[in-house]
Design a protein. Structure first.
Length: 219
């Protein structure tokens, strides 16, 4: 049986030191090509005006931005410490990205502002995924696409131990476990989606995570 979900944080990654350690971890994942960008493109994320929710240090969105036909790139991030790092990384990539401090549950953007919304590894931290899903619906244009990826809690002890031991730097390992314990299962995610405006979103399981994808139908 899968253990009950344990909330990790309702305020994102706020400390500067944690943000720097996370940057080192995320850069390592980027260098290994483990960032989910290919899956996002395969799911229909095509470019245009893109919004990323919870970009953290930014590598996932920046790698995607390199590969699609971009009109604009915006990040909505709750942590000022992460925004500073993402802005530095975007400059290094030579990509014009605008990172805005905000909460995915109540985003500072007008209706129908974006063509695509992406998010990786942030969902398990959202205080109310349903509110964020409703916001994704609101800010996407008709025909807009979304792809949200995250860990899943029910990967089992063997995979958990394997990932724990290979996670670098070592300081991030307790954070990996707390994130995993806060992550959702496919069934829980389907139930949350049913109660939101993304009710026809598709949830898929993979080796260690979940993806939620779909297209917005309005009017
Ligand atoms: C585990 S990190 C993942 C960062 C990045 N997406 C990646 O894959 O490397 C989660 C990020 O989501 C941010 N976050 C958490 N809750 C948020 C919310 N409600 N709105 C916006 N950002 C949020 C955190 O501050 C953190 O930067």
């Amino acid at each position: 049986m899968t253990a009950a979900r344990v909330i990790e944080t309702n305020e994102g990654i706020q400390s500067e030191l944690t943000a720097e350690i996370f940057d080192e971890f995320a850069k390592g994942m980027r260098d290994k090509g483990w960032n989910g960008v290919a899956e996002m493109i395969a799911s229909g994320i095509y470019g245009g005006d893109i919004l990323e929710i919870g970009p953290g240090p930014g590598y996932v969105g920046l790698e995607l931005a390199k590969r699609v036909k971009l009109n604009s790139f915006t990040g909505c991030e709750i942590s000022p410490a992460m925004i500073q790092i993402a802005e530095k990384n975007a400059r290094e990539y030579g990509i014009e990205a605008c990172y805005v401090e905000g909460n995915g549950m109540n985003m500072p953007f007008s209706d129908n502002a974006f063509d695509c919304v992406i998010s990786n590894g942030s969902l398990h931290e959202w205080e109310s995924p349903v509110l964020v899903f409703n916001e994704i619906y609101r800010v996407l244009r008709p025909g807009g696409r979304y792809c949200i990826t995250d860990m899943r809690r029910d990967i089992g002890f063997f995979k958990q131990s394997m990932i724990y031991l290979s996670t670098k730097p070592k300081e991030i390992r307790p954070g990996f476990l707390s994130s995993l314990h806060a992550a959702y299962t496919k069934g829980e995610m389907q139930e949350l989606l049913r109660n939101s405006r993304l009710c026809d979103g598709m949830v898929k399981e993979d080796f260690m995570g979940l993806s939620i994808t779909g297209e917005i139908k309005k009017y």
